[in-house]
Design a protein around this ligand. Structure first.
Ligand code: SF4
Length: 411
């Protein structure tokens, strides 16, 4: 097999690789695709990090803590590199994209850094780093056909190579985001929205089902924007994502379809109807709220009001009464007064979420919100976080109690 740069792979050093993944499900999926690409190129997965010749880190930059954790781990490898200079250390993912060459400058023991748009080049960069002992930063988008690069990132280990036959699997359907919520770094590190070809997605899901997968989770930074290529909202009656759900539901053997994360602005009637009328689509929808205050939603550039958010949940529950929801909420966004927080709490307790990821706001360098004063004291953020967690717990108790089977009552 020849690499794109003409090198014969067989003649190159092969080794054992180990990938450590930080962050979201999309990163997990990307790591799986990288493992598949490396396996196809003749490398093999090490049983443990200590046995590996190639250490790869798939990094996250959504929160500063995730970055610090990865930087601490990677920084600590300097001793290992001194002891075993032949080891190759490579970074990819969102932090690699954000910090680019700075990572090579600050960490002389790191051999290569690969940006989110260049992941398909990883085997070639690895081979170059091994053969030429070069330190490489491949972080700028390449001139290669972006659709081909996108598909190149959807390789999957065979059940034999993976050593397992999973019942559930992630399927990436789009990457990137165009929404620019003011607190979020994702559009800067993942780039603009790019959707995969629907036929390739259907084929991939059908193959998974044929191999025993019964549940798929569709992934995308803004999964409901699938196929709209950059538009900030769909036209009425239009939802390529709804059509994709309906087509996937026709695959024999597939029992359940989930998806994360959709932006509420894409829940038009077409999508709501598709979710309601396609039984294979899971009756739990993750609908990120972020705040229940219109003032804070505006400052976050979320593009919907609290009333519009509630209307989506109401419509879904009207059509599927047993529908449950999970969500993301940020407490302590700059300028969040007590009354704003109480508005969030009202929606929170109206919907009675099944699950919620509640984040205490922290500024992310490079975003618009980072220019605002981080005005809410830490103890207030902690208190608001605690209050929502308690509310979540109470809702869970209520729901669980409603499911308790009373042995004394007749069937
Ligand atoms: S929709 Fe907003 S929060 Fe979600 S990835 Fe895009 S910019 Fe970030």
């Amino acid at each position: 097999m020849r690499l794109a740069n003409g090198q014969d792979l067989e003649s190159l050093m092969k080794g054992l690789f180990h990938i450590r993944t930080y962050g979201c499900q999309m990163n997990e999926r990307d790591s799986e695709a990288v493992a598949a690409a490396l396996t196809a190129a003749g490398y093999a997965a090490a049983d443990s990090e200590s046995e590996a010749d190639i250490l790869l880190f798939n990094t996250c930059s959504v929160r500063e803590r995730a970055e610090r954790k990865a930087l601490g781990k990677i920084g600590g490898l300097v001793k290992l590199k001194r002891k075993r200079p032949e080891i190759l250390i490579g970074l990819f993912g969102c932090m690699a994209q954000r910090l680019k060459n700075e990572l090579l400058d600050k960490m002389p023991h790191v051999d290569f850094v690969i940006g989110t748009d260049r992941l398909a080049d990883l085997p070639m960069v690895l081979a170059d780093a091994a053969e030429k002992h070069a330190r490489i930063a491949a972080v700028e988008p390449s001139d290669a056909d972006s659709a081909a690069a996108l598909e190149a990132m959807d390789g999957r280990l065979s059940p034999e190579d993976a050593g397992e036959r999973p019942l559930s699997a992630y399927v990436a359907i789009m990457r990137g985001c165009n929404r620019f919520c003011s607190y979020c770094i994702v559009p800067y590190v993942r780039g603009r929205e790019k959707s995969r070809n629907p036929e390739r997605i259907i084929n991939e899901a059908a193959e998974l089902a044929a191999n025993g997968v019964r549940e798929i989770t569709l992934l995308g930074q803004n999964v409901a924007a699938y196929g709209l290529e950059g538009r900030l909202a769909p036209n009425p009656g239009e939802s390529p994502f709804a059509l994709l759900l309906e087509r996937l539901a026709k695959i024999d053997g597939l029992k359940r379809i989930r998806f994360i994360s959709p932006h509420p602005a894409f829940f038009n009637d077409r999508l709501i109807d598709a979710i309601a009328s396609t039984p294979k689509v899971c009756g739990n929808v993750h609908l990120p709220l972020q705040s229940g205050s219109d003032k804070i939603l505006k400052a976050m550039n979320r593009g919907y009001t609290a009333a519009e958010y509630l209307a989506i949940a109401d419509k879904l529950r009207e059509k599927v009464p047993e529908m449950t929801f999970s969500t993301d909420v940020i407490v302590g966004f700059p300028g969040e007064r007590e009354s704003d927080f109480q508005e969030t709490r009202t929606i929170f307790n109206t919907i009675e979420f099944d699950n919620a990821y509640i984040f205490k706001y922290s500024p992310r360098g490079g975003t618009k919100a980072a220019k605002l004063a981080d005005s809410i004291p830490t103890e207030v953020k902690e208190e608001r976080n605690h209050i929502l967690l308690e509310d979540l717990k109470q809702a869970a108790v209520k729901r669980n109690e409603s499911l308790v089977w009373d042995r004394k009552s007749p069937c």
